[in-house]
Design a protein around this ligand. Structure first.
Ligand code: MG
Length: 255
């Protein structure tokens, strides 16, 4: 008899807990519009004209074939590299040039040409470079049928990474760089909270795909992590004895 009563109690308890199970609201039924956002709308940017190589409508034009007003000499004063025929050519004796304006993250378009008949080998043939925020060099070098150390060839972050391809056009033809750069963020102790990173496309071919830059470009020794804010672009007047290269059509979009 006791056993029957105990069993009945167990059943009653189980039944009451089932009866008291709480009911929660079900997720609302989704409609297509719930995942469609209309604001903010991306800014309208008019692309450059492919026939005239003009810049997009929101770009900072750094060279449009006329003058070097957007640049200064790294040694102080005006940028003195010669402008001619809609291009400008490195003057190695005059030293590097810097943009007047400083930048954070950006998209950069830049075209460069190695002169026909250039001589020299390895790093001594058409060497220049574009320094992002005046700290990190994307190598510019005549790597057309010219081998050098792989992490120093065109499209490398100099001495930090081997590019994914050699996309060189031959001397006399224009090479096109499109560089997408994300500026670093620093911790209070001067280390990277967010390291800088870069994508480099040459002549439509990806050389670096969102590469994480390890630190400053150093000729001797390892990259350094040095806190900095916005910085200019620097174009390198490398001291190699070969004929100097030329640039044209340089513009930048801030991001
Ligand atoms: Mg260089």
């Amino acid at each position: 008899m006791r056993r029957i009563i105990a069993s009945a109690l167990v059943l009653l308890c189980a039944g009451s807990s089932f009866a008291q199970e709480k009911e929660y609201p079900k997720p609302e039924r989704m409609t297509p519009g719930m995942t469609e956002f209309w604001t903010p709308q991306p800014a309208i940017v008019t692309p450059g004209d492919i026939l005239t190589d003009s810049a997009p409508s929101d770009a900072v034009v750094l060279f449009d074939g006329k003058n070097l007003d957007a640049w200064v000499s790294a040694n102080g004063g005006e940028a003195k590299w010669p402008v001619h025929d809609g291009v400008f050519t490195v003057d190695k004796k005059a030293g590097d040039i810097l943009t007047r304006e400083s930048f954070g993250s950006f998209q950069l378009h830049l075209e460069w040409c190695v002169p026909v008949g250039i001589t020299g080998s390895s790093q001594s043939r058409g060497n220049s470079g574009v320094y992002l925020q005046d700290k990190y060099e994307i190598q510019i070098l005549d790597c057309y049928q010219n081998e050098t150390y792989a992490n120093g060839q065109t499209g490398s972050v100099y001495k930090q990474v081997i590019p994914l391809a050699n996309a060189m056009r031959k001397p006399g033809e224009w090479n096109v760089y499109d560089i997408i750069y994300t500026a670093p963020v620093f911790n209070e102790d001067g280390t990277y909270k967010l390291a800088p990173s870069v994508t480099v496309i040459q002549n439509g071919i990806v050389l670096l795909n969102n590469f994480t830059i390890r630190g400053t470009t150093e000729y001797i020794g390892h990259p350094q992590v040095i806190p900095h804010g916005d910085g200019p672009l620097r174009l390198q007047a490398h001291g190699d004895p070969s004929a100097p290269i030329s640039f044209r059509n340089i513009w930048l979009r801030k991001m």
